[in-house]
Design a protein around this ligand. Structure first.
Ligand SMILES: Cc1ncc(COP(=O)(O)O)c(C=O)c1O
Length: 369
């Protein structure tokens, strides 16, 4: 018999929680499903965490800096901004949540393109807010006119887009800022891997908020640090609604160390981009598979079987086969634009070789009927 649930607000009782990618606990998996960095963080990070912890961990008795001020200052210096233009969160998910809390309710809708990051509607649902999905077509061109006419108070643009990897140019984002009257949040979780970003627009558009994370390019998904860049008045709103101590001591120390080692990360990013482009090209030339041009640390590819057939069943067959060989990628079967594709995080060259061997074995094993 099902355990009775305690009574909850009706919108919470009906809420579908966000489904994170699988995090297998047993060893042996080639894990290419949650866009983590395949390389370790800067060696300065572990040193900084050890230093913060000290011999006995005594500093952990004390609360962290409530505003993560040294982290804000490091981020501001990195982007040539002022600390008042930065808010730091417990991952960028925390920042996205703060933005929804500040700008969305039943009367003030939050809009986003679809497909994009599937956390947005969940955050809106938690607030009992109204969300509007603006559908992409297969071209994945930005539906700027529909966004401008949406009437939403806040629009979340994922650039580069997840799960496709397609990036939007600074000029396109600027055009959107002219036509969309609400708050434009550009979720740039993957921007360090892209050619362009929205940062140059911050000085001129007070309705722009750029959201970044240390989870991807900085190889720090486990420490949970993300941040918002925007007008000081908007940052002040985020500060009013966030938890007082939203970023813990060890994470603040790790973030400052990582942000202080740009040369290390330039190398990591260059390797990931090179592996990404080589793999996509290999699948196109070797198997005739279509892959959206990726500006991120993952690729969104449409596998074909040996008879050249693509489609949801083919993608599912490849996904299941890879899983059976302990290679984990992501398949999103619930939308027509994503169901025939696999989203594959860029791993090390060795991991991508294992993936390619598994694809070759799948092609051999796939029924030719
Ligand atoms: C588009 C996008 N935004 C934000 C996030 C969240 O990142 P974080 O680890 O900083 O919460 C992700 C994570 O996968 C993402 O894909």
């Amino acid at each position: 018999m099902a355990t009775p649930r305690p009574p909850a607000l009706s919108h919470i009782a009906q809420l579908h929680a966000y489904t994170p990618g699988l995090q297998p606990t047993e060893p042996g998996w080639v894990k290419l499903n949650t866009n983590e960095c395949p390389y370790p963080p800067s060696p300065r990070v572990a040193e900084a965490v050890r230093r913060e912890l000290g011999e006995t961990g005594a500093t952990l008795r004390l609360y962290p800096n409530p505003r993560s001020l040294p982290v804000r200052e490091a981020i501001a210096a990195l982007h040539g901004l002022r600390a008042e233009q930065v808010c730091v969160g417990n991952g960028s998910d925390d920042i996205l949540n703060l933005l929804v809390r500040c700008f969305c309710d039943r009367a003030a809708a939050a809009a986003f393109t679809w497909p994009s990051y599937s956390l947005y509607p969940v955050l809106v649902g938690i607030q009992d807010g109204r969300s509007l999905q603006i559908e992409f077509d297969r071209s994945l061109r930005l539906p700027a006119d529909r966004i401008a006419a949406s009437g939403a108070s806040v629009f979340f643009l994922t650039s580069p887009n997840a799960p496709t990897g397609v990036g939007f140019s600074t000029a396109e984002i600027e055009r959107l800022l002219h036509s969309f009257p609400g708050i434009l949040v550009v979720d740039e979780a993957y921007a360090p891997f892209a050619r362009e970003n929205a940062l140059p627009l911050l000085a001129r558009y007070p309705n722009l908020v750029v959201v970044r994370t240390l989870s991807k390019a900085y190889a720090l998904a486990g420490i949970r640090v993300g941040y918002a860049l925007g007008d000081p008045a908007t940052i002040d709103l985020l500060d009013r609604v966030r938890d007082s101590y939203n970023v813990n001591r060890l994470s603040q120390a790790a973030a400052i160390a990582a942000l202080g080692d740009p040369a290390y990360y330039e190398g990591v990013i260059a390797r990931i981009r090179a592996t990404r482009d080589r793999c996509a090209q290999g699948w196109s030339e070797g198997h005739g598979w279509f892959t959206y041009p990726s500006q991120a640390n993952f690729v969104f590819t449409e596998p074909k079987d040996t008879r050249g057939r693509a489609g949801p069943a083919i993608a599912k067959s490849a996904y299941d086969f890879l899983c059976s060989r302990q290679v984990l990628v992501r398949h999103f079967p619930s939308h027509a634009l994503t169901a025939s594709f696999l989203r594959i995080s860029v791993g090390t060259d060795d991991e991508m070789s294992v993936l390619n061997q598994s694809f070759a074995a799948w092609l051999q094993a796939a029924p030719n009927a």
